[in-house]
Design a protein around this ligand. Structure first.
Ligand code: 4AD
Length: 478
């Protein structure tokens, strides 16, 4: 499996054994007695120190050993002479795979702003911050699969190209092979999608849920974990046009079971990051503390690890939408007209309202249930009052909605009624509706926005910084 990674070498007992290092130079420091090269291969936040002697190599070689260059170093693993690391490598040979001209290489060993790093997304994984984020992202994805596998769920691959709008919000990216300069028309002058690749209109999926439900009606417990696309023009720190969503769907689960599942799931994956990503989380915690130093005491955030442990160790607050509205109506910001958007039964809660509930009122994650049907998707099970649906949103501090889910309407007539009410053509969903005709069952599910989870766990503040190559309005560069 190739040479040992720096992570493994750093853990080895130094016995003057030969080692080969391959990685990118973070820094080079020359003193009278030694040349110190800090090398990193992305396997860990920690660099390994390689020490060469002045005069050991030609000047032309040492000159091109600069930040960003890729090297192969051979040498001996020895106990470190200096403090700060247990082991170091006594260099015997250096091969430069690729130099990085310091006059033009944009990543110099100094602090770069996150905005600047977004412009060089092809190189930012080489920074400590993005290395840490990407390793944590990987660990969380792995924990997601582990979680479901351990509990008898099957990973269902739902299509990326679909002909239906699962959320009914009309925020889809079109998929077509029609020549946009020669669009075929019907006799009535409309676009003739019969001539398009799929013989009909098609788009990128906004959610794998509808197909996920088909899976749950056969395998009982499934989950999806795939890319999801939304053409909403949201330039916020919480929205991407392409994001990854995890959508478990469970037959025989009612709303209460769904809440238990969502809470247990999100706590378990966060706990696994705490367990498996200690070095990277410590690095990010220190980074945040450094940023906080410039802020007044009352605006400083709680340390990252403490925040994560708090979420893992404490039960989420559960209440209905109606109860939440009552709390908001009695709240100080409402009475003092400090909220930008009005509060009243029937409103779609805005992020200021969600943040008040989570960060000011309860000071912990909250699960809100039983929303008015008008502000939720057509597939949610109607409550007995006919006004609310069995929806649940999980709200997190600093994030807002991290999970959206519901018990599904399993009654054919009621579901068809809602399809008509919201103006969806039932012809487009005949296959979905048929599950309610043949062996229907109570079932529930939810969707976790993976980047919002990574955002929470890393303590970063912009969702564009927790996915390697973000897609948002006017940006699809890399
Ligand atoms: O609440 P949403 O729209 O729910 C669904 O799509 C359902 N089909 C889920 C289900 O029941 N199976 O989205 C679910 C989650 C949100 O809570 C949020 O975390 C994330 O997906 N999300 C986004 N993340 C990043 N950028 C966006 N534009 C997002 N839109 C939703």
């Amino acid at each position: 499996m190739g040479p040992l990674q720096i992570k493994e070498i750093l853990q080895a007992t130094p016995e003057n054994q030969p080692v080969t290092l391959k990685g990118w130079v973070r820094t080079k420091r020359e003193s009278k007695n030694a040349i110190f090269i800090a090398l990193n291969d992305g396997s860990t936040i920690h660099n390994i120190q390689a020490v060469a002697q002045p005069g050991q190599f030609p000047d032309e070689l040492i000159q091109i050993v600069t930040t960003g260059a890729c090297l192969k170093i051979t040498g001996q693993l020895v106990e470190s002479q200096g403090s700060g690391q247990a082991v170091e490598v006594k260099v015997e040979s250096i091969e430069v795979y690729g130099a990085a001209d310091p006059d033009v290489y944009p990543l110099q060993p100094k602090k770069h702003s996150l905005e600047f790093l977004r412009e060089i997304a092809h190189l930012r994984p080489r920074t400590n911050t993005f290395g840490a984020i990407l390793r944590i992202r990987h660990a969380l994805a792995f924990a997601v699969h582990q979680y479901f596998n351990d509990r008898g769920f099957f990973y269902l691959h739902t299509p990326v190209i679909t002909a239906s709008d699962a959320e009914g919000a009309g925020e889809m990216f079109r998929v077509t092979t029609l020549d946009l300069n020669k669009i075929p028309r019907t006799e009535e002058g409309a676009i003739n999608f019969k001539e398009d690749f799929f013989g009909r209109e098609a788009n990128l999926t906004v959610s794998g849920q509808l197909e996920g439900e088909l899976g749950a009606m056969a395998l009982s417990k499934i989950y999806t974990f795939g890319p999801t696309f939304r053409a909403e023009n949201s330039n916020t720190t919480r929205h991407l046009a392409e994001f990854w969503m995890i959508e478990p769907e469970m037959a025989f689960f009612e709303l209460e079971d769904n809440m238990d599942a969502a809470e247990d799931f999100v706590k378990t994956v966060i706990a696994s990051a705490l367990e498996n990503c200690k070095d990277d989380l410590n690095f990010l915690q220190n980074r945040l503390a450094e940023e906080d130093k410039n802020k007044p005491q009352n605006e400083r955030s709680i340390p990252l690890l403490e925040k994560l442990s708090f979420v893992v160790d404490n039960p989420f607050e559960r209440l209905t939408y109606t109860e939440a509205i009552e709390i908001l109506l009695k709240s100080k910001p409402h009475k003092e007209k400090k909220f930008q958007y009005p509060v009243g039964w029937g409103i779609d809660l805005s992020s200021e309202h969600e943040r008040y509930l989570v960060e000011k009122h309860f000071k912990k994650p909250v699960i809100l249930t039983n929303y008015p049907k008008e502000i939720k998707s057509f597939y949610m099970k109607l409550d007995e009052d006919g006004k609310t649906v069995r929806a649940m949103d999980v709200l997190f501090p600093g994030i807002g909605e991290i999970i959206g889910g519901s018990q599904r309407e399993e009654n054919y007539e009621k579901l068809l009624g809602r399809v008509h009410e919201v103006g969806i053509d039932p012809q487009n969903l005949w296959w979905y509706l048929e599950t309610r005709k043949f062996g229907t069952a109570p079932h529930s599910g939810f969707g976790l926005g993976f980047e919002r989870l990574v955002l929470f766990v890393t303590g970063m503040s912009n969702i564009r910084d927790v996915i390697p190559f973000p897609r948002y309005p006017k940006s699809a560069e890399f």
